[in-house]
Design a protein around this ligand. Structure first.
Ligand code: SAH
Length: 272
């Protein structure tokens, strides 16, 4: 199935992942999501702790063999393969990054899972799928890049009535005004408050089954990402073609948000 993607609208995000993807892959691995740590003494590797986060989400989808799952913002396809292996379900992963489609397709091939695990270029806020096409939807750390309202509405549309939508997102732990929160609601990259999800999900036609604040398990990843950014500052400056002033400005921003970042997991269900 070929897709229609409005590249002009999504270019900045696509550009970002096209540009930074290879570096991120080298320093963090094939999961483009945060790691889940059990506690301060957890000495798991990043690979183990990111796979563990996927394992935490898989049962929340409540799918088994023969069921169809849509993975919105599939990255390099590692979570999709893990999900297909664990449940026997079929998985279709979508992303707007051609580099990821290539890598994810190769992974499915290497794992001899091409019958059940496929990838396609498509925009999560405007999906080329009919209503109720999937038994469940996963959006693992991807709606942060999208207009959340559009993305949630689309997820609610393409999942069957009664089907689960499982997602993780970043939120702002700082106290911000209702006005500021409203302004951020449709802005990709801008973070909502934890208290905003209830209305966002209800508006999309979804009801919350579970909402868990995972910040204490994930926040070490935020610090690690800051370190990675600083350690690779020269390569990043080259990738983005920064002037020395831009590089200095980017560097001074690292770590600024970390203390206010939160990570939430949501299990929602499409109303019948
Ligand atoms: N879920 C993956 C990747 C998370 S990174 C993992 O856990 O490894 C965020 C992902 O969202 C990337 O794959 C990025 O390309 C994708 N993405 C960003 N904007 C998107 C959009 N509008 N539609 C579909 N995917 C998008």
């Amino acid at each position: 199935m070929e897709t229609e993607v409005n590249a002009a609208e999504i270019f900045p995000v696509m550009d970002y992942y096209e540009m930074v993807g290879p570096l991120l892959r080298r320093v963090w691995g094939d999961n483009f999501h945060f790691a889940y740590w059990l506690g301060p003494d957890d000495d798991a590797s990043v690979e183990q702790a990111t796979d563990r986060f996927t394992d935490l989400l898989i049962p929340k989808l409540e799918v088994g063999p023969g069921r169809r799952v849509l993975d919105v913002g599939c990255g390099l396809g590692r979570p999709a393969v893990q999900l297909a292996r664990a449940t026997g379900a079929e998985v279709l992963g979508i992303t707007i990054s051609p580099f990821q489609i290539e890598a994810a397709g190769q992974r499915a091939k290497d794992e001899q899972l091409t019958e059940r695990v496929q990838f396609q270029l498509a925009d999560g806020t405007d999906m080329p799928f009919g209503d109720g096409s999937f038994d469940a939807v996963l959006a693992f750390e991807s709606i942060v890049h999208m207009d959340r309202r559009l993305a949630l509405r689309e997820m609610a549309r393409v999942v069957v009535p009664g089907g689960n939508v499982v997602l993780t997102d970043l939120f702002d732990r700082e106290a911000i005004s209702d006005q500021e929160a409203a302004a951020r609601a449709t802005q990709p990259g801008a973070l909502p408050r934890l208290s905003d999800y209830q209305a966002m999900l209800t508006d999309a036609g979804l009801e919350i089954v579970e909402l868990s604040d995972l910040t204490e398990h994930v926040s070490k990843s935020f610090d690690m990402m800051n370190d990675i950014t600083l350690e690779n500052r020269d390569e990043l400056a080259k990738i983005f073609n920064f002037t020395p002033e831009q590089a200095a400005a980017a560097e001074s921003m690292v770590g600024q948000m970390t203390g206010e970042l939160g990570c939430v997991m949501i299990v929602a269900r499409r109303k019948d």
